[in-house]
Ligand binder design. Structure first.
Ligand code: HDD
Length: 727
């Protein structure tokens, strides 16, 4: 029986869960419906009326129950976030495996025995609350740590740099990227004149839009992207020494993306793709995890770099400033209700705990103002009282009143100092926050910028140089798509020419595709600098990780049950999520008589929802060969570079469908080592056993080869060799 409660959220008890319990109620058959003021309701469906013999007549304003129901409903919307409106969140925990007490006194970064409750909200930037998940955009990665010393928010993104250097430019930037003012078009994308006009006008955006045009901006899953605090913060240790710091989260599952055609299609086919993906993984107990790291620069080394370390448009290359991983963040609990939790959660970069401090990064300084301010208009002055936002540690002060004040503070005074010495401040020794006593030199008032802030192209080149060929190809395609959507000649011509500051070849390709004037010389010398950790391939594990990968099994009546169940169990043993797609959701019968109930029927799903496909043999192949959805599924999966495996009669179906001409696909029953498989694994007969104890690039067995290819994520060679452009 379907439970009234959406999910069992009692799995991981933690301080925040206990705190939220006070405000959580449950639906129940024993609790009768009442008005908000508590009287039991006898008829929630019909407005009080005066009726004639035909039961017609006017409604009475007198009906307080109907009136309040409607009026309460009329006011249930609040303003959406001015940016990052579209998002989803989950609870989790943060644990250290190494203390950072050499650089900070913050308990959350030094006490290895603690488990700190966490709420994390992921988001896109441009689109409104109801926009699609898979659009090309930066992703928000906002972490609230409910520490024993107060809330600490890291309001980050999945890209380590930002578009602008000074917070004062933020409203212009957001106006330019959001839908255009005259027609409110486009939704959820930066492919329009105003965005690229702004980018052209501000050379400081060059590094960031390189990232935004890379695969980072179309993640496969929130669980497969990095999180960066972006701004430079400070850590202060017990001796009062300061280090500048950047915060980084790196996912256990690697960093993976969709391919562009797939992202476009999913935006229509399943706009909630990323939301569902996150909820599903957590519900199934595959808790996403990120390693948490610090990049540290001692204060005295602040000026030792050729870039300014307080400039948010620059990364700190790992070769110069290695990442020190000290902890792990895990998400393990879905929300109970979206609005009071995910929608009302509110982050502030200014919310730090003792042992952590800010820096003079001018973007951060402005952010520290902006977030608190926006929560006032979005949620009201008492926004920090909301259950999702309040700390788990004791909190108390003399702030009072304001709309929707809930807290009742007993006592006769509401000011400090008071004659009772009630609610005294803490000394630093007692844990009171004290700003780092940074020496300030007498300066000149003015709107100045550090000289190093004026250099805008070196790291944009470094990022591009560090990408693999396939990623570079995607960058060129992304620019081409975006500028193709700009109809103002000035915009696409100037922008495609600008790309020659990064790479001449890139600029030429894009200019050709979008109708620009082909540039003939590079606008800046490229010295070929590279850094690690910029290409997504740097995060590809040697291990065959296929956990949580969605694998579709296509079947019809007469399928080979041994192949079906053998492959299902071996893939599930490796943590993959297997979904059976059949002609209908009523049971489908195998050749040998077993019955399987599909998870979906063909018209209800698309290949885009899955990472790989397997087709067992059996006499269902004849029907599948006539099924347009199944045939297109194979073609589309191949074009989207996904592994495809087939046994028995499925071999011919797959080969016909992908129409590879001269190119041979691997056949696990023959010597595949001489054949490029392009991630298509086929065998005429079932393997002797459906086991895969040891999987690597050289594995020859059928399940092993399939698992290996799924773990590589996509078969990029198909795209490089020009085989994938079939759709
Ligand atoms: Fe911002 C929301 C990330 C620059 C002003 N921002 C917001 C969210 C994220 C970021 C993840 C969504 C938080 C949530 O889930 O509720 N923003 C960034 C990053 C930046 C950045 C990584 C560059 C380092 N932001 C930035 C600047 C300003 C803002 C320079 C203003 C001066 N951001 C806001 C905001 C938002 C916001 C208008 C909208 C909703 C909110 O704050 O709570 O105040």
């Amino acid at each position: 029986m379907t439970s009234l409660l959406k999910s069992d959220n009692t799995r991981s008890a933690d301080g925040k869960l206990a705190d939220l319990k006070k405000d959580t109620v449950e639906l129940s058959k024993d609790q009768h419906m009442t008005t908000d003021y508590g009287i039991k309701i006898s008829d929630p469906d019909h407005w009080l009326r005066v009726v004639n013999d035909h039961h017609n007549g006017p409604s009475l304003l007198e009906d307080q129950i109907a009136r309040e129901k409607i009026m309460r409903f009329d006011h249930e919307r609040i303003p959406e976030r001015v940016v990052h409106a579209r998002g989803t969140g989950a609870f989790g925990s943060f644990k250290l495996f190494e203390s950072a007490e050499d650089v900070t006194t913050a308990g959350v970064l030094t006490d290895t025995s603690r488990t700190t409750p966490v709420f994390l909200r992921f988001s896109t930037v441009q689109g409104s609350k109801g926009s699609a998940d898979t659009v090309r955009d930066v992703r928000g990665f906002a972490v609230k740590m409910y520490t024993s010393e107060g809330n600490w928010d890291i309001v980050g993104n999945n890209i380590p740099v930002f578009f602008i250097q000074d917070a004062m430019k933020f409203p212009d930037f957001v106006h330019a990227v959001k839908p255009e003012p005259h027609n409110e078009i486009p939704q959820g994308q930066s492919a329009h004149n105003n965005f690229w006009d702004f980018e052209y006008m501000h050379t400081e955006t060059t590094h960031m839009y390189q990232w935004a045009m890379s695969d980072r901006a179309i993640p496969r899953s929130y669980r497969m992207m990095q999180g960066f605090g972006v701004n430079t913060f400070s850590l202060i240790n017990a001796q009062g020494k300061r280090h500048f710091v950047k915060f980084i989260f790196t996912p256990e599952l690697g960093v993976h993306s969709l391919v562009w055609d797939e992202a476009l299609k999913i935006a229509g086919q399943d706009p909630d793709f990323h939301r569902k993906d996150l909820m599903d993984a957590i519900d199934k107990g595959h808790f996403p995890k990120w390693k948490f790291g610090l990049q540290l620069i001692p204060e005295e080394k602040q000026h030792d770099f050729e870039f300014d370390i307080l400039d948010a448009t620059k990364v700190w290359p790992e070769e110069l400033v290695p990442i020190r991983y000290i902890g792990e963040l895990e998400l393990n609990r879905n929300v109970d209700e979206f609005f009071p939790q995910t929608e009302q959660v509110a982050f502030c970069t200014s919310h730090i705990v003792p042992g952590i401090d800010f820096s003079d990064d001018p973007l951060l300084q402005g952010r520290n103002f902006s977030y608190f301010d926006t929560q006032l208009s979005r949620l009201g002055v008492n926004w920090q009282e909301l259950p999702i936002n309040r700390p788990v540690c004791p909190f108390m002060n003399m702030n009072r009143d304001g709309a929707m004040r809930h807290r009742i503070t007993k006592g006769t005074v509401n000011y400090w100092p008071n004659r009772f010495e009630a609610n005294p401040p803490s000394s630093v020794a007692q844990g009171g926050f004290a700003s780092y006593p940074e020496k300030q030199h007498q300066g000149v008032k003015g709107r100045y910028f550090s000289e190093k802030f004026k250099e805008h192209f070196n790291q944009a080149q470094m990022f591009y140089n560090s990408l693999s060929n396939i990623e570079k190809l995607h960058v060129a395609k992304a620019y081409s798509f975006e500028l193709d959507h700009c109809d103002d000649e000035l915009v696409y011509k100037r922008m495609s020419e600008r790309l020659a500051v990064i790479d001449l070849g890139l600029a030429q390709t894009v200019a050709k595709n979008v109708g620009g004037d082909t540039p003939t010389k590079a606008l800046k010398e490229n010295k070929g600098h590279k850094a690690k950790g910029l290409s997504q391939f740097d995060f590809l594990s040697d291990k065959p990780i296929i956990a949580t990968r969605r694998i579709a099994f296509l079947i019809g009546n007469g399928f080979d049950y041994a192949a079906y169940s053998g492959m299902k169990s071996v893939l599930e043993e490796h943590g993959a999520f297997v979904f059976t797609i059949g002609p209908h959701r009523q049971p489908v019968e195998a050749e040998s008589g077993e019955k399987v109930t599909p998870d979906h029927h063909f018209p209800g799903m698309r290949s885009t929802m899955f990472d790989a496909t397997f087709i067992p043999g059996g006499n269902h192949i004849a029907a599948l060969s006539k099924n347009g959805v199944a045939k297109y599924w194979i073609t589309e999966s191949f074009a989207h570079l996904k592994p495809i495996a087939g046994l028995g009669g499925a071999v011919d179906l797959i080969r016909q469908q992908i129409n590879l001409g001269e190119v041979k696909v691997a056949d696990a029953s023959t010597d595949h080592t001489t054949t490029e498989s392009y991630g298509v694994i086929t065998a005429r007969s079932n393997p002797a056993s459906f086991q895969a104890d040891h999987v690597d690039a050289n594995s020859k067995g059928f399940p092993e080869q399939f698992i290996w290819h799924v773990s590589r994520h996509r078969n990029w060679k198909r795209e490089l060799d020009g085989l994938a452009d079939q759709i």
